[in-house]
Design a protein around this ligand. Structure first.
Ligand SMILES: Cc1ncc(COP(=O)(O)O)c(C=O)c1O
Length: 389
């Protein structure tokens, strides 16, 4: 018999040892994909309670600035709207999320058939990678950028081609376009980029999308779209309505303060969505989460207030970094990206000991979420304390 396919499974019959209640067990491990052996689990920002316990600091004295969450919580009225759905928890959620789709369609000015909802935009990234990837395909993205582009590509057995950002931490669109190969099926473009916060202008995005062959999907990840106040930036949403190979991703996890609920969405052409959603697990957004997201869209005034508060906080932090002479990027998001020394982990640990949780990246670079005024001041005071040591 001829067997076709990749040699990816681990048939080594490796044994694992466990010790339970003083008894030693030796178990033969099941067969796992060998190509995933090097894939580590996602490392999230540490929860406040964990750090409070370890450092002996009261939880309300800790500033969590590691995960780009909203410092303001859900919008007013959202908790009540979500709680109202708990009594019918024995029913599966409506898979079409009709109320949320209608509200979102109105909020964006986009027909409902152009919307695709999922359990966080990261889940949609996974669906997209599986729908366009597979052995013999490649994905292009900038680096440093959102680490999940690497991970979902690995799930899909897709090779990644990582194109370094320019020295100013901008996407190098010329190099990205040149990196597209015959086997490339997807390009991920994070705008604003996580972790640098830098943007691709509207004009540059149009130019780039025009350069990408129509057979290649361009995923523009706009998780931080709401925070941009620079007029040179424009969402790629109109491109996603016009072209079958452009998908825009957005999330309720950031400005809407619903990270725990896991609601994200894509904007694309209906025929594109029909292909991408084949890899999606049904019932992926709970009724509670649907109600929370729907209710958030009732309050454009609160949305605007948050955009402005973030812009003020970001401006303040960028000013502090400039005054202290610390290398940093021109962020347009709800975080700043800066460098202190060479050892990101050691610096982040020093912040943590003082009750500020930030995100260590690599080679001295750190990502710090714009918090509320007191969280920002706490970050600045610990920064100053560490700089004079
Ligand atoms: C660039 C980017 N895309 C997507 C996400 C994931 O968002 P969600 O919570 O909707 O899965 C994040 C989360 O931090 C992000 O930074």
């Amino acid at each position: 018999m001829v067997r076709r396919g990749l040699k990816t499974a681990d048939h080594s019959g490796r044994a694992a040892q466990f010790c339970v209640l003083g008894r030693r067990y030796r178990l033969r491990m099941p067969t796992f994909r060998q190509d995933l052996a090097g894939l580590g689990a996602y490392v999230p920002g540490r929860p406040i309670e964990d750090v409070a316990d370890e450092m002996g600091i009261a939880p309300d004295q800790i500033a969590k600035l590691a995960s780009n969450e909203s410092p303001d919580g859900p919008f007013p009225g959202v908790v009540e709207a979500a709680a109202g759905e708990l009594a019918t928890s024995h029913r599966y959620p409506d898979n079409d999320a009709p109320a949320l789709s209608t509200a979102l369609s109105r909020w964006l000015g986009v027909p409902e058939e152009h919307l695709w909802l999922g359990a966080g935009s990261v889940a949609l990234l996974g669906n997209i990678a599986l729908a366009v990837g597979g052995p013999g395909t490649s994905a292009v993205h900038g680096w440093p950028s959102f680490v999940m582009y690497r991970t979902v590509s690995q799930w899909a057995m897709t090779e990644t081609v990582e194109v370094p950002l320019t020295p100013e931490f901008l996407h190098d669109l010329d190099a990205m376009s040149a990196a597209i190969r015959e086997d490339t099926t997807v390009v991920y473009l994070c705008n604003p980029n996580n972790p640098s916060g830098t943007i691709v202008s509207g004009d540059a995005m149009e130019w780039f999308v025009g350069k990408v062959p129509e057979r290649v999907l361009v995923v523009v990840d706009e998780a931080y779209h709401d925070y941009v106040t620079d007029p040179a930036y424009r969402s790629a949403l109109p491109l996603a309505l016009e072209r079958s190979n452009v998908v825009v991703l957005r999330t309720f996890s950031k400005i809407f303060g619903l990270a725990a609920h896991r609601v994200g969405y894509a904007i694309a052409q209906p025929a594109t969505i029909a292909q991408l959603r084949k890899t999606q697990i049904p019932f992926s957004i709970s009724q509670v989460a649907q109600a929370a997201a729907t209710s958030s869209l009732d309050d454009p005034v609160e949305h605007r207030r948050r955009v402005e508060a973030n812009a003020v906080g970001r401006h303040h932090l960028l000013g502090v970094l400039a005054e202290r002479g610390l290398p940093h990027t021109e962020s347009h998001a709800n975080f700043v990206y800066l460098r202190i020394g060479e050892d990101s982990m050691a610096v982040s640990d020093e912040f943590m000991k003082r009750g500020v949780i930030i995100r260590p990246m690599s080679r001295g670079w750190l990502r710090v979420t714009v918090g509320n005024d007191s969280e920002n001041e706490k970050f600045v005071s610990v920064l100053d304390e560490l700089m004079v040591r």
